[in-house]
Design a protein. Structure first.
Length: 269
């Protein structure tokens, strides 16, 4: 019976949804072989996204060994459920390139988190100092993010954490904070609509969806080590999630999108 159950769970975990495929053309901006990703300044992808610069996971192992900034490539972008990747990569030529996505190392563990000011989904002023006394899980997204394994995956992870910590005692139950780095579009009203995908309006006290002025967002993002810039209506950005302790000090950073809800939940148990 245990073997059968394990097989069922394995099969469920491997579901990726129907695959959608798009032709992609662009120029390599940065390559990160250890992470299995390449950042590409690509042309518009009809029916999916405008021209912009975006990091993509690469399925072709050989490509990670040879891709470098300045190369012109063609590939197939595959979107399957909560995952996306490039495959069938073809390298045509190399041009000079000066664009890079620089990721900050972020603050040191144990550092006291400043009392950053923000606006919640109801337009009320909030500060991080108001979260003292319980753990706080902070992450960064923008609501128009097109790739399912970037901002949507992060919000999905937060949703799972939000549901599973409800039974924990107050002292160990974290509050969640999602901050948009697209304040021009992601107004409090937009953040409230976005938040309703994941929580009922009455639950916003446990999970806040916040925005603020461009200066406020830049300040908090840079402190936590998030890099981002705007291209057209989209953003090139890194990913970072942070766990802040009840005393307001940084406990742990989760860079990228490979962390799991189970990894975070273990911190509270």
């Amino acid at each position: 019976m245990l073997a059968v159950l394990a097989g069922i769970l394995l099969a469920a975990g491997c579901r990726t949804g129907p695959e959608e495929r798009y032709a992609l053309k662009g120029r390599v901006v940065a390559s990160d072989p250890p992470a299995g990703r390449v950042t590409v300044a690509h042309e518009a992808i009809p029916g999916f996204m405008d021209a912009m610069t975006m990091p993509f996971r690469v399925r072709d192992g050989w490509a990670l060994e040879v891709l470098s900034p300045g190369q012109e490539i063609e590939a197939t972008l595959v979107v399957a459920g909560e995952r996306s990747w490039l495959e069938g990569i073809r390298i045509s030529e190399t041009k000079s390139s000066g664009d890079t996505l620089v990721t900050s190392p972020g603050p040191r563990i144990g550092a006291e988190v400043p009392d950053f000011g923000l606006l919640d989904q109801d337009g009320r002023r909030i500060g991080l100092a108001g979260y003292r006394g319980r753990p706080l899980l902070v992450t960064f997204i923008y609501t128009r993010c097109p790739l399912p394994d970037y901002c949507p995956r992060t919000s999905g992870h937060f949703h799972r954490i939000h549901r599973q910590v409800a039974a924990l005692p107050d002292g160990r139950r974290p509050r969640l904070l999602t901050v948009s780095f697209d304040p021009e579009y992601d107004t409090p009203e937009v953040m409230r609509r976005y938040g309703r995908r994941y929580v009922a309006p009455g639950a916003f006290g446990e999970w806040i969806f916040a925005t603020g002025s461009p200066e406020e967002i830049r300040e908090i993002a840079e402190w936590f080590g998030l890099s981002y810039w705007k291209e057209s209506d989209q953003f090139v950005h890194s990913l970072v999630t942070a766990l802040v302790g009840p005393e307001g000090r940084l406990v742990r950073l989760y860079p990228g999108n490979e962390w799991t809800p189970e990894e975070v939940l273990a911190e509270f148990r």
